[in-house]
Structure formats: structure tokens, C-alpha cells
Design a protein. Structure first.
Length: 232
């Protein structure tokens, strides 16, 4: 018998699908990859679906080797050419809905246009136990304050027809991230949570900062950095 994705907060333990969206540069793909690798610690049949067909950078499929090594099925378009930017959907995405034993983490395009791909599968998603998480980075222009962040996530909901169910704080400045930046993001997602009623699922933190006293009491999700910029 498969077990649920017991790697985050209790509210997503029963999810068969975890859909992850957010503004370009929010770190949603890094979070998606780390979540998949963490979920692979549980004895479950698992897939990571790269449905970001808008942004050519920071795609989950770039980490195919690490995913394969952990037994995680990668569902992505253009797998034979990782640099291709082809606006098409992989046929095996339907396995997320047809295979009752398959748990899925879905990396969705990072804006309302990118989330449009979910509209095609809206009936199947709504019929499947799922969570729709919005990754928020307080350092991105479209989500730097609560008004913008709420407007942004509502636009994604309107586009795809799938309501958000939780918030993830992933405020960062790449290698320059400090505890103060994470706490700035924590204040932002708390305000967004109060306005929307959506729970704050976790705060994404690189492992080197997880022991900082100022972060004590926050539900942290430690990550390793897998996604590299094209010039790195």
C-alpha cells in the first residue's frame, strides 16, 4: 500500500498531487525538486512532472539524473533535448490521474499564462486529492507586497480554475540570502495568509541557515541547491 506525501505539513499528507506555482524567480522549481527528493525517502511510487512550458530556464527536467537515481519518474516534454523550449505537453502526464498508486509533484509555469496548462486538466485535478501551493518570494516585483501577491495568486486561480490551498515562503537572494530576508518573506506570507485564509505550509531555507536562532519556531523546509543559472 502506498503512503501519502508525509514530508511537509499535516494539511498536505493526504494529497496525491502537489501542484507548485509561483512567480518567475520565486524558486518554485528548486522547491519542487527538493520536495520530490524528500518525498522519495518514503516508500511510494513517485513522479515529478515538469509542466513549465513557458520559461526556458530552471526546469525540473535538468535534474533528471538525480531524480532517476532516487527512483523518481520524470514527466516532461522534450526529454531528448533538455535545451529545447517546446510548448507541448508530455503524453504521460495522464498517468498522474490514471495510475491510482502514483503520487505526483507538478512544477507549473510561473505566471497566469504558465498556469494555463492546468486548465486542461482542471476536472481531473479537482477529482484527485491535491494541494495547490503558491511559492512567494518577497524579492520578486510581482509579489513584493501583500496587495501584489494576493492579486498574482488570484490571477493564477482564475486562469486555471484550481484554487490555491497553501503558501510557501521562498524569499531569497540566491547566494546572498540572509536570515533577515527569510524573515521579511515570513512577514509577507503571514499577511497574505491573513487576507486569503490560506495556511503557510513552510518556509524554504538553505541547510546552512536552518540552525539560526531567529528562525526557531518557523516550519522550515531545508533545501539543497540543485538548479543552476545557464552561465554557471
Amino acid at each position: 500500500m502506498q503512503v501519502p506525501l508525509k514530508v511537509l505539513a499535516p494539511q498536505i499528507e493526504k494529497a496525491k498531487l502537489v501542484l507548485i506555482t509561483g512567480h518567475y524567480g520565486s524558486g518554485k522549481t528548486e522547491f519542487s525538486v527538493n520536495l520530490a527528493l524528500r518525498a522519495a525517502e518514503c516508500p511510494q511510487k513517485l513522479a515529478l512532472a515538469d509542466l513549465d512550458i513557458v520559461n526556458p530556464y530552471f526546469r525540473s527536467r535538468e535534474r533528471k539524473e538525480q531524480l532517476d537515481a532516487r527512483g523518481i519518474r520524470l514527466i516532461a516534454s522534450s526529454q531528448a533535448c533538455t535545451d529545447a523550449d517546446v510548448p507541448s505537453l508530455p503524453a504521460d502526464v495522464f498517468a498522474l490521474f490514471q495510475d491510482p498508486d502514483l503520487y505526483g509533484i507538478v512544477d507549473v509555469g510561473g505566471d497566469p499564462d504558465g498556469a494555463r496548462v492546468l486548465a486542461r486538466f482542471q476536472p481531473q485535478i479537482m477529482a484527485t486529492p491535491h494541494e495547490m501551493l503558491c511559492v512567494v518570494n518577497a524579492n520578486r516585483p510581482e509579489t513584493r507586497d501583500a496587495d501584489r501577491a494576493v492579486s498574482y495568486l488570484r490571477a493564477i486561480e482564475a486562469t486555471c480554475g484550481v484554487p490555491m490551498t497553501g503558501l510557501v515562503n521562498n524569499t531569497h537572494l540566491c547566494g546572498e540570502t540572509t536570515v533577515e530576508e527569510i524573515l521579511k518573506g515570513a512577514r509577507l506570507v503571514r499577511e497574505v495568509s491573513e487576507r486569503t485564509g490560506l495556511p503557510v505550509v513552510c518556509h524554504v531555507v538553505v541547510r546552512a541557515l536552518c540552525g539560526e536562532e531567529m528562525l526557531a519556531g518557523l516550519p522550515l523546509f531545508p533545501i539543497d541547491i540543485y538548479m543552476k543559472k545557464p552561465w554557471e
